[in-house]
Design a protein around this ligand. Structure first.
Ligand SMILES: Cc1cc2nc3c(=O)[nH]c(=O)nc-3n(C[C@H](O)[C@H](O)[C@H](O)COP(=O)(O)OP(=O)(O)OC[C@H]3O[C@@H](n4cnc5c(N)ncnc54)[C@H](O)[C@@H]3O)c2cc1C
Length: 454
């Protein structure tokens, strides 16, 4: 009889299994490969890296490097295997993917407290469990997860629109306004890029000709429209909308209704609207412009938008399969479900993005499942640590705009004394504070005192 079930032998699930097992729990780890495939994984190994072979920066003053130092302190098995399989890659931790996955598989398989069952789990079990089935969670299990809290709290795709630096928008052409003047700000909430009829058709033509990122089999649904990103929002890439008819964008995301160009006094033929993306107002995103164009093509084609001819892109648009739950509503920073203490989520499903973040949340879920089993309070890590900040972010973000988040210094609480420092020194100060706070948390835990926030 197992003390803990884990669904998914990927990055998070393998790490979680090892953490719980080394604390004495009998763990049953379910992995559906090779009998059921995800479409992205190619082997039967645990912890297979599906794309890049880099686990990000290893430098201590980079966000991903800090996260590595934290999970190193917490005794991560996967980081140990990654280091054993590392390849020369400058400041990054790149690995021989085959060796990495083989090492993890051997270590997990040979652990006396872990039993691996090669089976698809189709329903969330009623006993203590960590769900770590990843961005390509099987449809049956996705259905069961959705059943916990309603389908509107599960997202299947990411749909990210491009973001530009506000100061690079040409305001001699673009103008501020809200449709029918209904916005909150007097000058209008949106920046609008107006098209003449000729400009619009030239833009649509370029969009249709532009090179796209090829969709994988498990992403074909994107072509017919998917629920993506913001929960429950129907999304199609702009280039697919354009394929449906030359004027379909002008009646869709580029519709000009309720807008007048102050320079002509007339309604433009079409409009691209940009919405403020950060509090400082230094970034704006192109509303409804999720896309699968290749990045250089996005730069070329979207610069044809009047007013964006010199726009600098902070982030390009993308659409891809990504199952994640509405963590701000469903999870606690301990990675426990809000309504079930013995139900944990880990990895990409929580909305924490990137290989290292997925390993780190697996580690915390495994550690906390073991603490729960041993009648100890599950740990909430300090928000000043990168892992604590990630868990805090995904469980406290604004649900309406919730998007997966990877390690970055922007999610750590501000450090007043670091205000005047340069970028690198500031990062070092954040990293020093994080490791000091994690050290004191671990000392407190070892001495049996509850951790702060627990
Ligand atoms: C195509 C693709 C490319 C990506 N590329 C990168 C990248 O280059 N860099 C990066 O940092 N991140 C990347 N990511 C994001 C993410 O970091 C990885 O997907 C990462 O592997 C997620 O870790 P995980 O443990 O959450 O899930 P996974 O590593 O995917 O592990 C989940 C495991 O659960 C199994 N499983 C699923 N459903 C069931 C079930 N019902 N029963 C039993 N087992 C099940 C799967 O077979 C899988 O082995 C990518 C994601 C995708 C989809």
């Amino acid at each position: 009889m197992a003390d803990l079930l884990i669904i998914g032998g990927g990055l998070a699930g393998s790490e979680a299994a090892h953490q719980a097992a080394r604390r004495g729990l009998r763990v049953r780890l379910y992995e559906m490969r090779p009998s059921v495939q995800t479409g992205a994984h190619q082997t039967h190994h645990l912890a297979e890296l599906v794309c890049s072979n880099s686990l990000g920066s290893n430098l201590p003053d980079r966000a991903s490097g800090l996260l590595k130092n934290e999970v190193r302190m917490l005794g991560s098995l996967l980081l140990e295997c990654a280091e054993a399989a590392s390849l020369p890659a400058g400041g990054a931790l790149a690995v021989d993917r085959e060796l990495f996955a083989r090492l993890v598989t051997e270590r997990v398989e040979s652990h006396p407290n872990i039993e691996i069952v090669r089976e698809e789990v189709r329903e969330i079990p009623a006993s203590p469990v960590i769900v770590a089935s990843g961005p390509l969670t099987s449809p049956a299990l996705s259905h069961s997860i959705a059943g916990l809290s309603g389908e509107q709290h599960l997202s299947f795709f990411d749909a990210i629109a491009p973001i530009v630096h506000t100061e690079t928008i040409n305001m001699e052409i673009a103008f501020r306004a809200s449709r029918y003047g209904t916005g909150e700000q007097d000058e209008g909430d949106y920046i609008n890029c107006p098209f003449t009829k000729e400009e619009y058709y030239a833009f649509v033509e370029a969009l249709l000709q532009a090179e796209r990122i090829e969709l994988r089999s498990f992403e074909e649904a994107i072509k017919s429209g998917v629920k993506a990103g913001h929960f429950f929002e129907g999304c199609l890439p702009v280039e697919i909308i354009a394929e449906r008819g030359l004027d379909s964008l002008a009646f869709g995301p580029m519709r000009p209704v309720g807008l007048r160009d102050p320079r002509t006094g007339r309604r433009p033929y079409a409009v691209v609207q940009l919405r403020q993306d950060n509090l400082a107002g230094s970034l704006y995103n192109l509303v409804g412009f999720q896309t699968n164009l290749r990045y250089p093509e996005q730069k070329r084609v979207f610069r044809l938008i009047p007013g964006l001819e010199n726009a600098e892109f902070v982030r390009y648009g993308q659409m891809h399969r990504n199952t994640f739950i509405a963590s701000p509503k469903l999870l606690r920073p301990t990675l426990q479900h809000v309504r079930r203490d013995d139900l944990f989520f880990a990895g990409q499903l929580t909305g924490v993005e990137g290989y290292m973040g997925n390993i780190a949340t697996g580690l915390l879920a495994g550690l906390n499942a073991a603490r729960l089993h041993n009648h100890e309070e599950p740990l909430t890590l300090p928000q000043t640590t990168m892992l604590g900040a990630l868990c805090h972010y995904v469980t406290h973000a604004n649900l309406k705009d919730f998007q997966p988040m990877k390690a970055n210094f922007g999610i750590l609480p501000a450090l007043e004394s670091a205000h005047k420092l340069g970028k690198r020194e500031r990062a070092r100060a954040y990293a020093d504070r994080a490791l000091a706070d994690l050290t004191s948390t671990l000392i407190r835990v070892r001495e049996g005192e509850p951790a702060p926030g627990a």
